[in-house]
Design a protein around this ligand. Structure first.
Ligand SMILES: [Zn+2]
Length: 317
């Protein structure tokens, strides 16, 4: 059953996510309507009035605004209009305090205002108790407001982000100038250069490590092949849909370059640093500028040629 939020002025306020709202403005009169209060146990609660019986509106539920004088009657702009011959134009007044106490005051009506079986001048309505106005019976309820957990909200947003990221965008990259192809193919280039670097560096490591460090050639070869495969795998995952993999594609060669620096291997250090820089330029979320892309591409090609030469020299020596 839907919950209506009538303003003091009689206007019905629209709200899709009442569970997230504490107060909301009325677009007609500009009043800010409090739809919740904090009880003594510091729980958020909402007061609702349900039409249990009546000539009209049976089963409808209304949020009771907090701290407002709410007029109930059969004519004009009332908070709640009960159309019935036995209800006066202005029949009675409801008031919910900031502590959630609900008071009813009869406004000298001809048929009276009733709480339970008692006709009252003023009185307090307990939760679950019914009031009678003309032919209408209404019940007051005090509901605890259940807030959606922040973790659930975050998960919903994360799923939304991922769905957005899954849209393939390589073909839709717009970049002016002659290097449009380079820019639109930047992930393929980054993958290709990272893989090339991985295998050249693995070869060079094999040539250096096996004779100089006295390692068994089969052992040395397996480590180098594993390294090449790992880097090729990371490169293959680089795409426009997963920022994490693009970041890994930029960081892993840089990390390997740091290790190679410690091992005093100049050529793989330079190549790793250059591939890392290239990936960072090419795999950012926004397309790089034509100049940046061309510069990064040239530096990488030159560095990889240097790495190839170093590996060949090592083979020859
Ligand atoms: Zn209003």
């Amino acid at each position: 059953m839907d919950l209506r939020i009538p303003c003091v002025c009689g206007n019905g306020i629209q709200c899709d996510r009442l569970d997230l709202i504490v107060a909301l403005p009325c677009p007609v009169c500009g009043r800010e309507i409090d739809v919740e209060y904090l009880d003594t146990e510091r729980k958020r609660r909402r007061l609702t009035l349900t039409v249990v019986e009546g000539p009209q509106m049976s089963g409808q539920r209304f949020v009771v605004p907090i701290g407002e004088d709410l007029l109930i009657g059969s004519t004009g702009q009332r908070w709640l209009r009960l159309v019935d011959g036995a209800v006066d134009g202005v029949h009675c007044r409801l008031h919910a305090t900031a502590q959630g106490v609900m008071l009813l005051e009869d406004l000298k009506s001809s048929t009276g205002s009733w709480i339970g079986a008692a006709r009252i001048v003023t009185g307090e309505i307990a939760p679950g108790q019914q009031l009678r106005i003309g032919q209408y019976s209404l019940r007051l309820d005090r509901e605890e407001v259940e807030r959606p957990r922040i973790a659930n909200q975050l998960r919903a947003h994360r799923i939304q982000d991922e769905q957005e990221e899954q849209a393939p965008r390589l073909s839709r990259v717009a970049a002016p100038g002659f290097s449009r192809w380079i820019i639109s193919q930047r992930f393929n280039l980054a993958r290709g250069l990272t893989s090339t670097f991985g295998w050249l560096a693995a070869w060079l490591h094999f040539r250096i490590s096996s004779p100089h460090w006295g390692l068994d050639p089969a052992y040395s070869a397996s480590i180098c092949i594993a390294g090449g495969v790992a880097l090729t795998w990371i490169a293959g995952r680089m795409s426009m849909v997963r920022q994490g993999w693009n970041l890994a594609g930029a960081i892993v060669p840089g990390f390997l370059a740091i290790i190679d620096t410690a091992l005093l291997l100049l050529a793989p250090t330079l190549a790793g640093g250059a591939v890392c820089w290239f990936n960072a330029v090419m795999c950012g979320r926004h397309p790089p500028s034509a100049g940046q892309a061309v510069a990064a591409f040239c530096v990488n090609i030159l560095t990889l040629i240097g790495l190839l030469l170093a590996a060949m020299l090592q083979s020859g020596g």
